[in-house]
Write a protein that binds this ligand. Structure first.
Ligand code: HEC
Ligand code: HEC
Ligand code: HEC
Ligand code: HEC
Length: 196
């Protein structure tokens, strides 16, 4: 009888350990775009550094709206291109979903967020629970991207486009050359390390 309870106890330990191991491993479910609102549930907290507000005040939050502007549609009309908000080339750099075109979206995602958190940090459905992305190593394992100059160069070109030529990889409205350090300074949104 005693041996049976030992056995049950040992089996319980094994099952618990397996469960914990799986809980800390990325699941096989598809990785989805959550949208900025989801990130903002935590990242609007003052004690964390309110990254949401910094982003809301940055040009990236207006990136989709800019495609609806007169200067955008004048440009596409003049060059016989599809309207900016229907144009896959423009949308690629001006919205999270077209930039991350291989990922599906959660219902909370909205196109008009423009260039949201996940365009730079990667689709977030797996790392979103805070405990899975406080540590950099865990964050990366669950699809997170820390962000660096390389991230920016996917949309900003080192050489500006003064003649406003039609190109797939350079915006007709990026007139100036892109320089990482001063550009990062304009959008930086640090964590309040004193509290974490
Ligand atoms: C390769 C990525 C990329 C593509 C493709 C792209 N854009 Fe842009 N767009 C940018 C970036 C980056 C900026 C910011 C440039 C800067 O200020 O230096 C920008 C800025 C703009 C602005 C200026 C916003 C303002 O008023 O300051 C407009 C308008 C715009 N883009 C429209 C378009 C249209 C229309 C298309 C398609 C024909 C397009 N973009 C294609 C990346 C892109
Ligand atoms: C449940 C709360 C919560 C949600 C939701 C959340 N975060 Fe976080 N995030 C945190 C906390 C807490 C930290 C840790 C801050 C620290 O310790 O430096 C963090 C850290 C980060 C970091 C730094 C990671 C590192 O290790 O370098 C990034 C980047 C980040 N979050 C982006 C996002 C993005 C993008 C989303 C949405 C897809 C998101 N977070 C959703 C709470 C959250
Ligand atoms: C998914 C595409 C994309 C990525 C990635 C991206 N940007 Fe942008 N960025 C844009 C677009 C589009 C605009 C123009 C938004 C508008 O005004 O409509 C812009 C505008 C800006 C502006 C305002 C224009 C200016 O020069 O003052 C800054 C600053 C900026 N980005 C910095 C960065 C930095 C730094 C990175 C990398 C950490 C980065 N961006 C990554 C698409 C992107
Ligand atoms: C245009 C690209 C871009 C966007 C959009 C963006 N980030 Fe970041 N983020 C970065 C880069 C690059 C870094 C690393 C900065 C550095 O090296 O100092 C970073 C760092 C962070 C960090 C860590 C800061 C620290 O002190 O270590 C957090 C947290 C974070 N981002 C959250 C967010 C959230 C939440 C959003 C959306 C509300 C967001 N980011 C939108 C590019 C971006």
């Amino acid at each position: 009888m005693k041996y049976i309870s030992y056995f049950i106890f040992a089996a319980f330990i094994v099952v618990t350990l397996l469960f914990l191991r799986n809980a800390l491993k990325p699941s096989d479910e598809p990785l989805l775009i959550t949208g900025v609102e989801k990130c903002g549930e935590c990242h609007k907290l003052k004690m964390l550094g309110n990254q949401l507000e910094v982003w809301q005040n940055s040009a990236h939050a207006k990136a989709y709206k800019s495609l609806l502007s007169e200067k955008a549609s004048e440009f596409t009309a003049k060059n016989n291109l599809e309207l900016p908000a229907d144009n896959k080339v423009c949308l690629k750099c001006h919205t999270t979903e077209h930039f991350l075109k291989d990922f599906d979206k959660q219902p909370g995602y909205k196109t008009d967020e423009g260039v949201g958190c996940e365009a730079c940090h990667g689709a977030g459905s797996k790392y979103s629970p805070a405990e899975l992305h406080k540590e950099e190593e865990q964050f990366k394992k669950f699809g997170g991207i820390v962000g660096s100059e390389e991230t920016c160069l996917k949309c900003h070109s080192p050489k500006g486009n003064k003649e406003q030529k039609v190109m797939e990889n350079v915006c007709p409205f990026q007139l100036e050359d892109f320089v990482y350090k001063p550009a990062l300074e304009k959008i930086k949104h640090l964590v309040n390390k004193d509290n974490f």
